[in-house]
Write a protein that binds this ligand. Structure first.
Ligand code: SF4
Length: 161
């Protein structure tokens, strides 16, 4: 009888960084940066109906120092751009960003002199969620994409979702 048979079903092996990633992906602390209508969808997303707790991301923070997932929802104008950048800079590493909705991702239909045409002009974005507005299910899907990215990064396979 080999070692494999003796421990069959009772032992698992892994790597420390993969265990850490497992903890991180299941305990994201999101901070919403909501400036417009998409923010209302985020309120629905964190309601009991959609049960964001299934993914361990229900602990919404309003301090960047306590958050590791920044979710930008709504139109970002150039006056707000330095504020958004500063909030991102205040978050501790590791940190991730979801750009939720057309306005955050591309300026949406506000193609004018005052609106940033996508927050990736200011900060790095890990996941883009389409929609105007994105439904709560789409925002939850964005969180799942972040979780996938965390696992891939731990396995040395970084991949923008
Ligand atoms: S993407 Fe649509 S719903 Fe979201 S902030 Fe822009 S206009 Fe509002």
């Amino acid at each position: 009888m080999g070692t494999k048979d003796i421990f069959a079903g009772s032992v698992i092996t892994t790597k420390v960084k993969e265990v850490v990633a497992w903890g991180r992906k299941n305990s994201l602390w999101p901070m919403p940066y909501a400036t417009a209508c998409c923010g209302i969808e985020f309120m629905g997303t964190v309601s009991s109906y959609f049960d964001i707790s299934r993914f361990g991301a229900e602990l919404v923070r309003f301090s960047p120092r306590q958050a590791d997932l920044l979710i930008v929802l709504g139109t970002i104008n150039y006056k707000q751009a330095p504020i958004l950048k500063r909030i991102y800079d205040q978050m501790c590493e590791p940190k991730w960003v979801i750009s939720a909705g057309a306005c955050a991702s591309s300026g949406g239909f506000y193609n004018n002199y005052s609106v940033v045409q996508g927050i990736d002009e200011i900060i790095p974005v890990d996941v883009y969620v389409p929609g105007c507005p994105p439904r709560p299910e789409a925002i939850l899907n964005g969180i799942l994409k972040i979780q996938e990215k965390i696992v891939k990064e731990a396995k040395g396979k970084p991949d923008a979702a």
